[in-house]
Design a protein around this ligand. Structure first.
Ligand code: LLP
Length: 419
């Protein structure tokens, strides 16, 4: 489902009068639809589908997904605490983190599982919790992501234990009598299905090296098309290919391995749009550009300025007047020349005009594909803009506020006055 289907002018007006703009608008129907797709992932010997909550961690999303049967992947101890505070059963949470949190022992005792991501983490984990169950996140030596910044496999990536460091791993595992029950890998966001399938067999080789492993977690990274021309991974097709590999592995080794998948982007990217308004327009003359200035920007979505990411966007006229079309550069409200919503694909430095409905100051403006890594990764409070409100479009058309706009005083509330 795309945001074009769920944000009409009428809904925009209702949101405007309820919480104002900018506002993230989540569609419950779209969230349910994508969760159902992920839960139907083909598998040979059982499936745990985890939501990589870093993509969009509002507690309502977590509870909605939990009620449908999803489990969760956290990337820090804080995310684990956030999920628990949202009411998620710790037994449904796994943690793959760059730094083991200070309180990892109590988190494990509460029921979470940990995928250790480096040899030094493994050592710390083993010393603190000898005899425990543990997952191992490996860098299988191969990565694939939409851009180099979202590729987290291969020799240029620090994520996961390098796949050739098996001897050191085995030594530590034996010394601390750890029970390695899961192999984990995540090779990047927007991964190419061909690379991925190769990674499955590389991971099964790692499974073979650990006789007690019952689970293989293949991470997230499924492609989702946000704009026309961008591909979406067919979960059924890729899942069937993986299933065959798991079945062949079982036939050869007698081991029936439980599959875990943990998408973030796929589950939420197209379920949310950012509703904002056009504040201003300006141009740089005949040979220059026409700019539309929004009341939102990198404070709500840094992806275009970080990765040259492409988002669908459109003008939602505030009146019924006849409109033509124009080529616009759309910019955010920050005093920062990088706050641009229409960069060239993959190149945040270059401007790429977008053909849009002719716009007027005061029109609504919608940025789609904004469910993953937008609210969670925004340049919050830059220029002292308060964090935006969030609403959930419930089935039946009700608009529920799921996060109030941040009160301005909270922007500086934790400062300590010493002068
Ligand atoms: N599992 C692990 C261990 C991860 O590190 C990630 C994402 C995922 C699962 C989910 O990956 P996804 O399905 O969302 O691709 N900020 C970037 C994406 C960074 C993802 C970091 N890890 C973006 O805006 O595309």
């Amino acid at each position: 489902m795309s945001a074009e289907n769920f944000i009409t002018r009428e809904i925009a007006e209702q949101i405007q009068s309820k919480v104002g703009t900018p506002c993230y608008v989540y569609s419950e129907a779209a969230l349910r639809e994508s969760a159902a797709q992920v839960l139907a992932f083909p598998n040979a010997f059982g499936l745990t589908a985890r939501y990589a909550m870093k993509a969009s961690p509002n507690s309502n999303i977590l509870r909605l997904f939990a009620s449908m049967g999803l489990h969760f992947d956290a990337s820090s101890g804080y995310e684990v605490r956030r999920a628990i505070a949202a009411g998620i059963d710790p037994k449904r949470i796994s943690l793959s983190t760059q730094e083991l949190p200070e309180d990892f022992v109590s988190l494990v005792e509460a029921g979470i599982t940990v995928n250790v991501c480096s040899l030094s983490q493994l050592k710390r984990f083993g010393i603190a919790l000898p005899g425990s169950k543990v997952g191992l996140r490996f860098n299988p030596g191969l990565g694939s992501g939409g851009t180099q910044r979202t590729n987290v496999g291969g020799p240029a990536s620090s994520f996961g234990i390098w796949h050739e460091h098996l001897e050191e791993v085995q030594e530590l595992v034996e010394k601390c009598e750890l029970d390695v029950f899961r192999i984990h890998s995540h090779i990047g966001s927007g991964s190419d299905p061909e690379v991925w399938i190769r990674v499955v067999s590389m991971n099964l080789d790692l499974v073979e090296a650990f006789p007690n492993v019952t689970h293989l977690n293949l991470g997230g990274g499924y492609k989702i098309g946000r704009i026309e021309g961008e591909k979406t991974t067919d979960l059924q097709v890729i899942g069937q290919k993986m299933k065959v590999e798991f079945e062949e592995f079982a036939a050869r080794t007698g081991r029936e391995i439980h599959l875990e998948v943990e998408p973030g982007t796929y589950l939420v990217a197209n379920c949310t749009a950012i509703l904002s308004r056009i504040q201003d327009e300006t141009s740089t003359g005949e040979d220059g550009y026409k700019f539309l200035k929004l009341d939102s920007g990198m404070t709500d979505n840094t992806r275009p300025s970080m990765y040259g990411a492409q988002h669908p966007m459109w003008v939602l006229p505030a009146d019924e007047s006849e409109r033509g079309e124009e080529d616009y550069i759309v910019v955010g409200h920050c005093c920062e020349s990088g706050d641009i919503l229409t960069p060239a694909p993959g190149d945040p430095e270059a401007l790429s005009p977008r053909r849009l409905t002719e716009a007027k100051i005061g029109d609504y403006f919608v940025v789609g594909g904004a469910g993953a890594y937008c609210a969670s990764m925004a340049a919050k409070n830059y220029n002292s803009f308060p964090e935006s409100a969030e609403v959930l479009l419930r089935e039946g058309g009700r608009i529920a506020v799921i996060r109030e706009r941040q009160p301005l005083e909270q922007v500086w509330a934790n400062e300590v006055a010493v002068l």
